[in-house]
Design a protein around this ligand. Structure first.
Ligand code: HEC
Length: 99
């Protein structure tokens, strides 16, 4: 019975963790940035925290990965798939998330 109560409580609280910042729901970079959520967390709150980072920092890191031909890891392949304009939009989106 106690276990059922704990499971029910956790299930009811889960939507609270699927939070998306309402202030940036219509940001033009959100759909592009959604490709990053699976590893970096929704809105960048996860591994290699991107939320609240400076635009120039994210852009520099992604451009470094783009122009390193020896890199064939998952991030390099991701970075190589975007145009400079798209990278700026993605970086702007993450920078606007509270830290
Ligand atoms: C399949 C998982 C995966 C996806 C999807 C992914 N990343 Fe990453 N990312 C990683 C891993 C793992 C690292 C750390 C290792 C590395 O630097 O390659 C990383 C590192 C980074 C870094 C460097 C962070 C730092 O402080 O050094 C940035 C910036 C970054 N990712 C941005 C993005 C963006 C933007 C996207 C979406 C376009 C994205 N990532 C999608 C796995 C992923």
């Amino acid at each position: 019975m106690k276990r059922l109560l704990i499971i029910t409580t956790v299930c009811l609280l889960l939507p609270a963790f699927a939070y998306a910042n309402p202030a940036t729901l219509n940001h033009p970079g959100r759909t592009l940035a959604a490709n990053c959520f699976q590893c970096h967390g929704t809105d960048g709150y996860g591994m290699e925290h991107l939320a609240g980072e400076r635009v120039s920092e994210i852009v520099d890191e992604l451009q470094e990965m783009q122009f390193e031909p020896a890199r064939k890891d998952i991030m390099a392949v991701h970075a190589q798939a975007y145009t400079a304009e798209e990278i700026k939009l993605i970086a702007d989106y993450f920078s606007k998330q509270p830290k």
